[in-house]
Ligand binder design. Structure first.
Ligand SMILES: Nc1ncnc2c1ncn2[C@@H]1O[C@H](COP(=O)(O)OP(=O)(O)OP(=O)(O)O)[C@@H](O)[C@H]1O
Ligand SMILES: [Mg+2]
Length: 333
């Protein structure tokens, strides 16, 4: 399909630790369309970040992508050389993290960091000191425009600040504008608002919406927060223990969740059920990914468990147009 920007196909990413092989991502498939915000949601440790790092090509020892395909604009990224991957990583696919301090350089001002990226990506100049003064001025003006785009307060002044002089929300904005300097087609945002307070969280989510609407950027938004998913995503994939258990339009997922795990997740969110006194939790605990349960990994926690669930891993099947579920209740054998 031509409106697909990125297609993840049967991805397996494992970590070879002393304790055993952690099957962190074990057969994950989904696609991200041009200009959409695709959400990936699930409890801690289910493999969301490992999926993101696999896409951007930052899985390190003891981890390895064991099999699968990651097709970006028709090319399988897993077949590219390290150099070709690095090019795509810097330019076409960008990632923002939960704590932007780790990605910002503490000894340079925000402005210098954005100008440096603009010089590199627009002029091919790798060293800011080598750039002519007028060119630097021109890029600085552009950097201010970019800070305005991410609604940075007082951009003319902020541009000369160092990262530690900014609040968490402002750092996240600086980080996003740095990402925009390379004009990516896909932005991966891994828990971009988790460390921020609620008002700042809402502002950052609005910036992501702006980027989608004004710049046409596709976004993979990773979060364990279903209210964030509800607010900004177009479609969602629900992950459980290294697998995707359900994919649907966001509205359909909240309106008509089908996988017992998704149903449980939604019931555990007060703002969705609006009946706080009846809040339910999914019984049991998140499985160990070295020795995951056989068959459907959710079976030990599932109220609808059938004999087949212990034996066979259910496949993701389309039960309604665009709504996919991996569950034996829906014929996923
Ligand atoms: N470098 C590593 N070495 C060994 N195991 C790892 C490594 N990185 C991740 N894992 C394991 O892979 C699994 C998936 O981790 P991942 O970070 O993707 O979870 P997550 O869904 O992003 O969770 P969270 O919501 O807490 O960020 C976990 O069991 C984790 O312990
Ligand atoms: Mg994570």
């Amino acid at each position: 399909m031509s409106d697909v920007l990125l297609k993840v196909e049967d991805l397996h990413t494992y970590f070879y630790t002393y304790e055993g092989v952690v099957k962190a991502v074990d057969g994950v498939s989904f696609d991200i369309r041009k200009g959409e915000i695709f959400g990936l949601v699930g409890e801690t440790g289910c493999g969301k970040s490992v999926t993101a790092l696999s896409i951007i090509g930052l899985i390190d020892e003891p981890g390895r992508i064991v099999s699968g395909k990651i097709i970006y604009k028709g090319k399988n990224l897993l077949e590219l050389s390290e150099e070709e991957r690095r090019k795509i990583r810097g330019k076409e696919i960008s990632m923002i993290f939960q704590e932007p301090m780790t990605a910002l350089n503490p000894v340079y001002t925000i402005g210098d960091q954005i100008v440096e990226l603009l010089l590199l990506h627009e002029e091919g100049i790798a060293n800011i000191k080598r750039a002519p003064k007028e060119l630097k001025e021109e890029k600085k003006k552009k950097a201010i425009e970019m800070l305005k785009l991410v609604r940075m307060p007082d951009p003319e002044r902020t541009i000369d600040s160092y990262p530690h002089e900014l609040s968490g929300g402002m750092r996240q904005r600086a980080m996003i504008s740095m990402m925009l300097a390379t004009k990516p087609s896909l932005l991966i945002a891994d828990e971009p608002t988790t460390a921020l307070d609620v008002t700042v969280q809402a502002q950052i989510l609005n910036i992501l919406l702006d980027m989608k609407e004004k710049l046409g950027i596709s976004i993979l938004l990773i979060t364990h927060d279903l209210s964030v998913i509800a607010e900004v995503t177009d479609r969602v994939g629900v992950m459980y223990a290294g697998n995707i258990v359900e994919i649907a339009d966001t509205y359909a997922l909240f309106d008509n969740p089908r996988h017992p795990y998704t149903v449980g997740l939604l019931q555990a969110i007060p703002s969705v059920t609006e009946k706080k006194e009846e809040l339910k939790y999914i019984r049991g605990s998140v499985p160990n990914l070295i020795y995951p349960p056989s068959g459907c990994r959710f079976h030990p926690r599932c109220d609808y468990m059938m004999p087949i669930c212990k034996k066979e891993k259910p496949k993701l099947v389309e039960i309604e147009p665009g709504h996919y579920v991996a569950c034996h209740l829906f014929g996923g054998e």
